[in-house]
Design a protein around this ligand. Structure first.
Ligand SMILES: Nc1ncnc2c1ncn2[C@@H]1O[C@H](COP(=O)(O)OP(=O)(O)OP(=O)(O)O)[C@@H](O)[C@H]1O
Ligand SMILES: O=C(O)c1ccc[n+]([C@@H]2O[C@H](COP(=O)([O-])O)[C@@H](O)[C@H]2O)c1
Length: 201
């Protein structure tokens, strides 16, 4: 009798600062999950997003909790603490190594990035090894051009996702100006921002 091996689990990895997580992130993750037949999409909030110019990034624990709240209703979404718990600047190479250590070599990893992040990927730490650890999926984002020019063709796939002209910085600016962020971020995230008085100063 021939033995049948279970197919490798296909896991999406949505890395981000998520300050706060918004519907642009959620729609992109959901659409890629469907288009690529992913078993799960894991959101990975950064610990120390050294590359953000803004020196006032919210505490990692607040960003982690908002991401948990935003993803809780979707059984195919989860949140990982690997970047929040690792000391030092957050690099995707460490994220992917940690996830592979946790899940083993059999899983197929799909790292999801918006068009803006993808355009900077060649400057990321240990970029050549990055492409060995995961397949990269670049998604459309209003205001940015999605291109894989100069990227290894077999390592990256570009996909169209429903356009959501939302950014975390835009949400923070609205809160700071006293404008609502209802419907830009999930309701529970609005309530968390209120409760913790985030983005007021
Ligand atoms: N509206 C969106 N549509 C598609 N992808 C997005 C969208 N917003 C963010 N992304 C992607 O999600 C990932 C995490 O983004 P991040 O947490 O930095 O949010 P952001 O809105 O870009 O934040 P900020 O405005 O503070 O720079 C990145 O790969 C980014 O390109
Ligand atoms: O590894 C790197 O050198 C690197 C440089 C910049 C950004 N990243 C990752 O890209 C993801 C999106 O980052 P950001 O800044 O758009 O929130 C997040 O997971 C970051 O850790 C990674």
């Amino acid at each position: 009798m021939s033995e049948r091996r279970a197919p490798a689990r296909r896991i999406g990895v949505m890395g981000g600062t998520f300050d706060p997580v918004h519907h642009g992130h959620l729609v992109a993750a959901s659409e890629v999950g469907t288009l690529f037949g992913l078993d799960e999409v894991v959101f990975v909030p950064t610990g120390n997003p050294w590359q953000k110019d803004d020196s006032s990034v919210s505490a990692a624990e607040d960003r982690y909790l908002m991401t948990v709240i935003a993803t809780a209703s979707n059984p195919r979404f989860s949140v990982s603490r690997v970047d929040v718990d690792r000391p030092g600047p957050t690099y995707t190479i460490d994220t992917l190594r940690d996830l592979r250590r946790l899940w083993g070599p059999e899983v197929e990893l799909f790292f999801i990035t918006g068009a803006d992040a993808l355009s900077a990927i060649l400057s990321w730490k240990d970029v050549d090894e990055l492409f060995d650890l995961a397949h990269f999926i670049g998604v459309t984002r209003p205001g940015y051009t999605l291109t894989d020019a100069h990227l290894p063709q077999d390592a990256v796939t570009l996909v169209d996702v429903p356009a959501m002209a939302i950014s975390s910085s835009g949400c923070r600016d609205r809160v700071r100006s006293g404008l609502p962020v209802w419907y830009l971020v999930p309701d529970g995230v609005v309530q968390y921002i209120e409760k913790r008085r985030l983005y007021r100063t």
